[in-house]
Design a protein around this ligand. Structure first.
Ligand SMILES: Cc1cc2nc3c(=O)[nH]c(=O)nc-3n(C[C@H](O)[C@H](O)[C@H](O)COP(=O)(O)OP(=O)(O)OC[C@H]3O[C@@H](n4cnc5c(N)ncnc54)[C@H](O)[C@@H]3O)c2cc1C
Length: 392
């Protein structure tokens, strides 16, 4: 779908999809139902994505949704990527974030900030076969991202990177990493620079993998750089301007997390509608009790509100309009909605909601991350407050 079509659609209802968007949604849904659903439980238990599934994500074009066709991508819109993440997360939010990071952070950063040679080399690999990761956070710098201490020292023909990154999604699978390091700590955040680092560069290794509450099949790892040699041509964007690409990419990326959250909320609501239409107590299906009906109605309303916020932020981005406040609101609200809806789903399942034989306990565990990564809820509130009140 072209950007002109997006402009035209912007005047219409947010939830009405174009023909291309509808087709994409149904193909991702078919994949999620057919290939993903049977693997969800095992991947959660084994804390690992099935490599076969990763191959299928590439074959379906899910790993280069916005990547221009000249680099082997689908050349679609940001909104299309959002629909993909939502549909995958409806079945498994671990696969949702796997695809989300590749598209809304890694490819997105390269499309926006990389030079022509870098795009040709890396976007093509990322669309075809290689997984990417986005490495900003460190043990001592999360919300305060610019306090990162990974150091990059320039030599005659390359940079030498030293430091450790923490919490890096796709760390186990990735072969291409966008790594943020400081070339001049005295200049503070104005020394931060983005580097494209390949897994096999000398001095680079992947460290400990986290054992998590939710999105357990998604890998979250440490990255270790010990005198890691990075060629000068692998600086992405301008030296000292990495802070700008880091933040601007995350501003967009958090709409993707919103999509992951509405996918979770939909999965939990659909499961609840199904279960309450089958479960009988007091000789009635439990969805015949008004108390249960009202709970389902609340869940559906919260989901609809979250979906509108996420879709609007994505459509604004595609239309080239300001979207910062809307993206922050979308992530804040959708992560809360997902957590509430998944929690209510557990209660509607009764005792069965509390055990792993049914999907809803996993949705609840998976929802919790929405309030943490790509800026905690407090950081979203801070962004929204700044934009509505003004000032620093
Ligand atoms: C599963 C997972 C995957 C992740 N994936 C990635 C990734 O791929 N790449 C990457 O770079 N990072 C990633 N992260 C890191 C993530 O972005 C950070 O965890 C997040 O930004 C929060 O940072 P922190 O953990 O250091 O918490 P802190 O910043 O230490 O926050 C602790 C608490 O203090 C609050 N707080 C901090 N500062 C303020 C303030 N100024 N005002 C009000 N409250 C404040 C926070 O809201 C939070 O409640 C991931 C994290 C997890 C858990």
């Amino acid at each position: 779908m072209t950007h002109t079509t997006v402009e035209q659609l912007a005047a219409g209802p947010l939830t009405i999809l174009s023909e291309d968007e509808e087709m994409f949604r149904s193909s991702v849904r078919e994949f999620a139902e057919g290939e993903l659903r049977p693997r969800v439980e095992t991947m959660d238990e084994e804390k690992k994505l099935d490599p076969e599934l990763i191959k299928q994500c590439f074959a379906l074009g899910l790993m280069g949704i916005e990547t221009p066709e000249e680099y082997g991508g689908a050349g679609a819109t940001f909104f299309t990527a959002i629909i993909g993440v939502e549909e995958l997360s409806r079945v498994d939010p671990s696969v949702g974030v796997f695809v989300d990071v590749q598209n809304t952070l890694v490819n997105n950063a390269l499309i926006r900030w990389a030079n022509a040679e870098q795009k040709k080399k890396y976007l093509s690999q990322l669309a075809a076969e290689k997984v990417g990761a986005y490495a900003l956070s460190e043990a001592g710098s999360g919300s305060d991202a610019f306090a990162l201490t990974t150091r990059a020292v320039e030599t005659s023909d390359h940079y030498v990177l030293n430091g450790r990154k923490l919490w890096i999604t796709n760390g186990s699978e990735a072969e291409i990493f966008i790594v943020f390091a400081n070339v001049n700590p005295e200049a503070g955040y104005k020394g931060i620079t983005a580097f494209i680092v390949e897994r096999n560069f000398p001095g680079f290794s992947v460290g400990k993998k986290e054992n998590k509450l939710g999105i357990r099949a998604s890998s979250t790892t440490e990255l270790i750089m010990e005198d890691c040699i990075v060629p000068k041509e692998n600086v992405m964007g301008e030296v000292g301007k990495g802070y700008k690409s880091a933040i601007e990419t995350l501003n967009e990326g958090r709409i993707g997390i919103g999509a992951q959250m509405i996918g979770i909320a939909r999965g939990a609501l659909e499961a609840s509608l199904r279960y309450t239409s089958e479960r009988v107590q007091f000789d009635k299906k439990v969805n015949e009790f008004q108390g249960v009906q009202f709970q389902l109605a609340e869940m559906a309303t919260q989901l609809e509100a979250a979906r509108l916020l996420v879709y609007n932020a994505a459509r604004l981005k595609d239309a080239g309009r300001p979207f910062l406040k809307e993206a922050a609101m979308a992530k804040l609200y959708s992560s809360r909605a997902a957590e509430r809806i998944a929690s209510q789903a557990i209660e509607l399942y009764g005792g069965y909601g509390f055990v792993k034989d049914y999907p809803v306990e996993k949705f609840w565990r998976d929802s919790k991350i929405g309030a943490i990564y790509e800026g905690t809820s407090n950081m979203q509130l801070q962004t929204i407050a700044k934009l509505i009140i003004g000032g620093k």
